[in-house]
Design a protein around this ligand. Structure first.
Ligand SMILES: [Zn+2]
Length: 325
């Protein structure tokens, strides 16, 4: 039984080759945390904004004006407020934008670049990429890459898959298209190299997590009986704790926000207070995901340390991993 023809068999009947094959398909390789940050900084802060706007309902074929207006708020009010805040704090950020969102709001996409931020690929129409065939997925990612390049005049170097997941062919497509980094997976707090079936790919992963995302705390299904909602100030406390620990450890604080979610008045205040909190710490490096990925990629040139559970790649004795201060 191969890893690909098991779907009709319950998982408890899978032979080891099948469950291990799935786990190994996309896996963490070497940790790529640099031993030091530029200009002697103690920690890195990588802010990202997924400018999905109207593509969330459009993705599901939902075209009602109410749902589209909820997304339009992100372009009309949210994005501008976010950009003003970032300018006030001198913080560069990365905006992952579905191509359809960029076509609806080309001036916004250009403004991101003009104000010193990065624009990254985030699908064509925020499609559910895990449901797509390999060819369709590749076509959409390539079309998104070309569309963002045409609109902004910059070729994106990074990709964040819509809704943060890989199909069976996403990794190969990302490698084929020559991306420097992906930012969709969650296996670490710090950047790492992605392995494909145990083979190093050179692709830098800048991990995300739902903990450091505004959407799970604040969004709701209007017809659902369950409406979880977290007080914005409680969310601020979670993110401060995440930053404080990253700062203590000399690591990365990565955050994912959405202009149509965080851009509301009662929520934007916590982004301002978070930036105040971060700004109260000395020696923080605000980096775009591209800048962070480049710093991480330099670590690939270090002598390889053995990955736990993996045979060393060569017969040479393993070197000690670089100890952090
Ligand atoms: Zn998104």
């Amino acid at each position: 039984m191969s890893a690909h023809d098991h779907r009709s068999t319950p998982s408890w009947q899978w032979p080891e080759s099948v469950w291990r094959g799935h786990v190994d398909a996309v896996r963490t390789g070497r940790g790529l945390l640099p031993p030091s940050w530029p200009d002697g900084a103690r920690a890195a802060v990588a802010l990202s904004f997924d400018s999905d706007h109207e593509t969330i309902p459009l993705r599901d074929g939902e075209t009602s004006p109410g749902l589209l207006a909820q997304g339009e708020y992100g372009a009309r009010k949210g994005a501008g407020r976010v950009l003003e805040l970032l300018e006030r704090y001198g913080a560069p950020a990365t905006f992952f934008m579905p191509a359809v969102s960029a076509l609806l709001h080309p001036d916004e996409a250009r403004r991101y670049v003009h104000e010193g931020h990065e624009v990254g690929v985030h699908g064509w129409i925020h499609e559910r990429n895990t449901l797509l065939g390999a060819e369709d997925e590749q076509t959409l990612i390539l079309r998104a890459l070309e569309t963002l390049s045409d609109i902004t005049g910059r070729t994106p170097t990074g990709i964040r898959t819509p809704s943060w997941d890989f199909s069976g062919s996403t990794l190969q497509t990302v490698l084929d298209l020559g991306f420097l980094y992906d930012s969709s997976l969650m296996a670490d707090d710090e950047p790492y190299e992605v392995l494909a079936n145990g083979t190093a790919t050179g692709l830098v992963e800048i991990p995300v997590d739902w903990i450091r995302d505004d959407a799970p705390y604040f969004t709701m299904d209007r017809f659902g009986a369950l409406r979880p909602y977290t007080r914005p100030r409680d969310v601020l406390e979670i993110w401060k704790d995440e930053f404080d620990a990253a700062y203590r450890e000399g690591g990365v604080f990565q955050l994912t926000l959405h202009p149509h979610v965080i851009g509301h008045r009662s929520r934007l205040v916590i982004l301002r207070e978070l930036l105040d909190h971060i700004g109260g710490h000395r020696d923080v490096w605000f980096a775009t995901h591209d800048q962070l990925a480049r710093a991480a990629r330099e670590q690939l040139a270090r002598p390889a340390a053995p990955t736990p559970g993996t045979a060393p790649a060569t017969d040479t004795p393993p070197t000690s991993p670089t100890e952090r201060p």
